[in-house]
Design a protein around this ligand. Structure first.
Ligand code: NDP
Ligand code: A1CAB
Length: 283
């Protein structure tokens, strides 16, 4: 951890980023900024639990601020990594100390850009981002959506901030609930599948370590194959499926248990939950 400086930005200098919320995603984004070359003094983290902010700063070589206002008043970019329900209170607190021209970025699921824009000074550029936890190992997938005052230069800055975390795509805000449900929550579905595959191997008598190694390598390999060949996943599935062989027997059993329909229902439920999170309480 380093001591927080003044945050004064020289022309061409790395913008100072205040990360509000030292939880799972706050820590992941701090790590991503540091991996992307942001110097320790330009990554400032705050959390109501000062010890948590200090621990996150220590872990990733960043700077801890005593509170949100201290972090925000010295920042060129304010990155909200708090739970969706905490966003309105955080915005009300930071609005009076936000530097003119500062960019506000939020990863909160569901919360519409209009919520930020109506709480912040007129003309504040806001960008919503939906990242995912594999960002921590440089294999993340993030989508960005700009607010009315956010231009290409703001999206480019956000892409620079996320450059070390993996793939970044631009979407329209209307697609953010779908993105949240697919790639934001998606790692959980894949961890669920890996866990189930490994458990099935154990059921069939394989040692747990071996079963886990095989399950992880299989998921990693299948993902890489889709990415590198550009083939449709159904075509790649057919190539594994010898006529009358083991794979068709396995896939038929998955169909009989409605696994595909279950995945679709899971993503739809997550999107609906994202929409709910964005609605004001009682609306
Ligand atoms: N986890 C994930 O995979 C992803 C999460 N997100 C989004 O990221 C956001 C954070 O999620 P996640 O990291 O999982 O949640 P966490 O609960 O792990 O982290 C949120 C952190 O913010 C702190 N906090 C609460 N109030 C404030 C405040 N006023 N100012 C600063 N910090 C505050 C919390 O403290 P305390 O615990 O004491 O309340 C906690 O440390 C959410 O909006 C979520 O939708 C987006 C994509 C993926
Ligand atoms: O579960 C959640 O609400 C957050 C948003 C996407 C992933 N985690």
């Amino acid at each position: 951890m380093t001591t927080q400086g003044t945050g004064t930005t020289e022309p061409g200098a790395t913008p100072t980023v205040a990360v509000l919320g030292a939880g799972v995603m706050g820590g992941t984004l701090v790590a991503g900024l540091r991996a992307g070359g942001w110097p320790p003094a330009a990554v400032v983290v705050a959390d109501p639990d000062a010890a948590k902010a200090a621990a996150t700063a220590d872990e990733h070589g960043a700077t801890a601020a005593p509170d949100n206002r201290a972090a925000v008043s010295a920042a060129d970019v304010v990155l909200l990594a708090v739970k969706p329900g905490a966003v309105p209170a955080v915005l009300a607190d930071l609005a009076p100390v936000l530097r003119p021209g500062a960019l506000v970025v939020s990863v909160a699921a569901g919360v519409p850009l209009a919520v930020y824009e109506s709480a912040l000074p007129a003309g504040t550029p806001v960008v919503r981002v939906m990242p995912n936890t594999p960002a921590l190992v440089g294999k993340g997938a993030s989508a960005t959506a700009p607010g009315v005052a956010a231009g290409d230069e703001h999206l480019a800055l956000v892409e620079r901030m996320l450059a070390a975390t993996g793939v970044v795509v631009r979407v329209a805000e209307k697609d953010m609930d779908a993105v949240t449900a697919l790639s934001g929550s998606g790692p959980a579905y894949v961890f669920y599948v890996i866990d189930a595959l490994a458990e099935a191997g154990v059921l069939l008598g394989l040692p747990r370590d071996l079963a886990t190694t095989l399950a992880v390598a299989t998921v990693e390999g299948a993902g890489a194959m889709v990415a590198q060949t550009g083939e449709h996943p159904a075509v790649l599935r057919e190539r594994v499926s010898s006529p009358g062989g083991t794979t068709v027997a396995g896939v038929a059993a998955l169909d009989a248990h409605a696994v595909r329909a279950g995945l679709v229902a899971g993503v739809r439920a997550a999107a609906e939950r994202s929409r709910e999170l964005g609605r004001p309480a009682g609306a």
